[in-house]
Design a protein around this ligand. Structure first.
Ligand SMILES: *Cc1c(COP(=O)(O)O)cnc(C)c1O
Length: 360
């Protein structure tokens, strides 16, 4: 098999070593006579997987002791509801900074479960930047300010997180473990695993322990963060395979030097593609304010819809896959998450140069 270079936005490419290791132990897990996915989630074997992934999540993300780690299901999408359900009881308000499509969805979902307002929106400008802290309007009685650290569809990223006097809540689905988190500013951080951490099925939530003391108890058990914390994320059957795979990906990240190495690799890979765009004399165009460009999702346009279609068609024979922009915005999008090798990005940059030379 020749693997493609998979620029898919999610689910996305995972390290080959991890896939091979999972294959090798899939049918007979460590001599148990059954696979891990057939085994009780209360077994000693699964417990080791669960606790191992938990402790790796703590160490790779450099999580302080006063922050709890939860493994949930339902994706980032369920967190759009769980965050306000748990945090906005008693009339508190949630402010939302809308820097792209996902932030807009988070705000719309939250409005079903609490008093929410838009503290800043980049929609009229076409989602091409994040606000300066001074542009964010925080109302009195605000419990948290919600931000999307990286907007996956629009390719917009917060280079620094705003300090506006209220705790932050962040959707980090698409740049998890690619950057340091200033934990003291956050009450809660969440993300689905399927972009930087593993397969779909597990959602990681980091929540400040003191925050859990004040969350809403008047909710169905599964919707309560405190229930999951007390049960060590084993309140009900966890997504065992997804947790197992995520543990392997986290180990792979730790082996490669952890956050520092991953952060440096992300900057290098994004730099190659933005370099190719910026050196193209306007043939390739990225609309985002340069300092706010995503390091994970590089979006760009070509001079015409015909050239965009030809570019995407020509990528396939070079085994460059998953480059079509999100259906809501069109164009081209290269998602270059943690498991994307530099070689893959270099292959795309080479194709961009060849395509431009042939079509300019
Ligand atoms: C993919 C994505 C989501 C949706 O995640 P699900 O796990 O599919 O619910 C939400 N926010 C961001 C920033 C994303 O990239």
């Amino acid at each position: 098999m020749t693997r493609v270079v998979n620029f898919g936005a999610g689910p996305c490419t995972l390290p080959l070593e991890v896939l091979e290791a999972a294959r090798d132990e899939f049918v007979d897990y460590h001599g148990a006579g059954m696979s891990l996915i057939e085994m009780s989630h209360r077994s000693a074997a699964y417990d080791a997987v669960h606790e191992g992934a938990m402790s790796l999540a703590r160490s790779v993300f450099e999580v302080p002791d006063d922050v709890d780690v939860l493994f949930l299901q339902g994706g980032a999408s369920l967190q759009f509801a769980m965050v306000p359900m748990n945090l906005l009881h008693g009339g508190a308000a949630g402010g939302y900074v809308v820097t792209g499509t996902w932030g807009r969805t988070a705000r719309a979902d939250a409005a079903h479960h609490g008093a929410v307002y838009t503290a800043w929106s980049g929609e009229d400008g076409g989602f091409v930047r994040v606000p300066d802290p001074g542009e964010i309007a925080v109302s009195a009685g605000t419990r948290y300010l919600h931000v999307t650290s990286n907007e996956t569809i629009n390719g917009v990223r917060f280079p620094d997180f705003p300090d506006v006097g209220v705790p932050l809540v962040a959707d980090m689905s698409s740049d998890f473990v690619s950057r340091r988190i200033p934990w003291d500013r956050f009450d809660l951080v969440y993300g689905g695993a399927q972009k930087n951490l593993g397969p779909a099925g597990v959602t990681v939530v980091f929540v400040r322990s003191s925050t859990l003391e004040g969350t809403n108890r008047d909710l169905a058990a599964y919707l309560r963060y405190d229930v999951h914390r007390t049960a060590r994320s084993l309140y009900n059957t966890p997504p065992v395979f997804a947790v197992y795979m995520m543990g392997k990906v986290l180990q792979w990240m730790a082996d490669r030097g952890g956050l520092d190495a991953i952060e440096a690799a992300a900057a290098e890979k994004a730099g190659i593609l933005y370099g190719a765009i910026d050196a193209s004399g306007g043939f390739y165009r990225n609309p985002v304010v340069p300092e706010h460009r995503s390091l994970m999702n590089v979006v760009f346009r070509l001079p015409s819809a015909e050239l965009e279609a030809a570019f995407l068609a020509g990528a396939a024979p070079r085994r460059l896959s998953g480059l079509k922009g999100h259906r809501s915005v069109g164009g081209v999008r290269a998602s270059i998450y943690n498991a994307m090798p530099v070689d893959g990005v270099a292959a795309l940059a080479a194709y961009m140069a060849d395509f431009r030379a042939a079509n300019e």
